[in-house]
Design a protein around this ligand. Structure first.
Ligand code: SF4
Length: 280
């Protein structure tokens, strides 16, 4: 979909993950800290809920690498324990409770998975081009179903998800468009698999709804390409603060860059373990 310019050469495409674009939309100041400031400001302590999420993702990916006869739910639980990350928990008790809960969730989830139904992609990087951007990302899992491919994204957080989360996700739309491109098969269905509840939130895109996501991403990418260029060319601190305004809100308590963000410090910080579900 790269559009030629007047002299026949394609535009230079802005490479971006969906996370890069949505970080800017959530808070331009955070975007600047995460993607433009060099050296990158130091982040706060690691988050316990990120340890839970990464460990679960690793276990579910490694499960498919086991020989077929070893792909049991119990083996998935053992992989979770092996992959467990220990950062960000309040104490050993919280860590153990979280690990046991995650192990149960992984085993319950895998009990509903057909081990013979090999995915066509596991943590697979896919990409798609728009007129001004090269969008890429890593899909947790790509399943072959019928003639097409389905995007599966694992979720481990506490938030209750809805179908709207699947429908409105730029990341899932990019994975779907990217998977269709690299696998040469239709891919319009996207699914969020929420481990804590066992829920699947699915959305069937149309070519038009995918195109809408990509068109929006293209616009944001073009805007960021201009802003990045201005920043790299040099901006006075005041100008940079104006061009990348702080969007203060409850999210600041969870922000990795709160310690370097004056406006964000008006929001109380969250403890690294605050996002971990407690046993009590
Ligand atoms: S602390 Fe808040 S305002 Fe500051 S960068 Fe983070 S999200 Fe943005």
């Amino acid at each position: 979909m790269s559009h030629p310019t007047l002299d026949g050469m394609p535009d230079r495409l802005y490479p971006a993950t969906p996370a890069r674009l949505t970080t800017y939309l959530d808070c331009p100041r955070r975007y600047r800290h995460a993607y433009l400031d060099r050296p990158t400001p130091s982040k706060g302590a690691p988050w316990g809920h990120n340890s839970v999420g990464s460990s679960v993702h690793t276990a579910l990916a490694r499960w498919w690498a086991l020989p077929r006869e070893r792909r049991t739910p119990r083996a998935g639980g053992a992989l979770l324990v092996d992959a467990w990350l220990t950062d960000g928990f309040r104490d050993a008790r919280q860590l153990r409770a979280a690990r046991d809960r995650a192990r149960e969730q992984v085993e319950r989830y895998l009990a509903g998975i057909d081990p013979d139904h090999e995915p066509v992609g596991i943590e697979r990087t896919v990409s798609v081009r728009t007129a001004r951007a090269s969008l890429w990302g890593r899909a947790d899992r790509l399943d072959a179903r019928g003639e097409g491919v389905v995007v599966v994204d694992y979720k481990t957080g506490r938030s209750v998800l809805t179908v709207d989360d699947a429908r409105s996700s730029l990341a899932l739309a990019v994975y779907a468009a990217g998977a269709a491109r690299v696998l040469h098969r239709p891919c319009t269905r996207v699914e969020l698999h929420h481990l804590p509840t066992g829920d699947t939130l699915a959305w069937e895109h149309t070519p038009e709804s995918l195109e809408e996501h990509l068109a929006r991403a293209d616009e944001w990418a073009a805007r960021l390409a201009g802003l990045d260029e201005r920043f790299v060319a040099g901006m006075a601190p005041g100008e940079a603060d104006e061009v990348f305004p702080a969007r203060v809100g409850p999210r600041c308590g969870w922000c990795d860059f709160r310690s370097v963000c004056g406006p964000g410090q008006s929001v109380p910080p969250r403890q690294p373990w605050a996002g971990v579900v407690d046993a009590d």
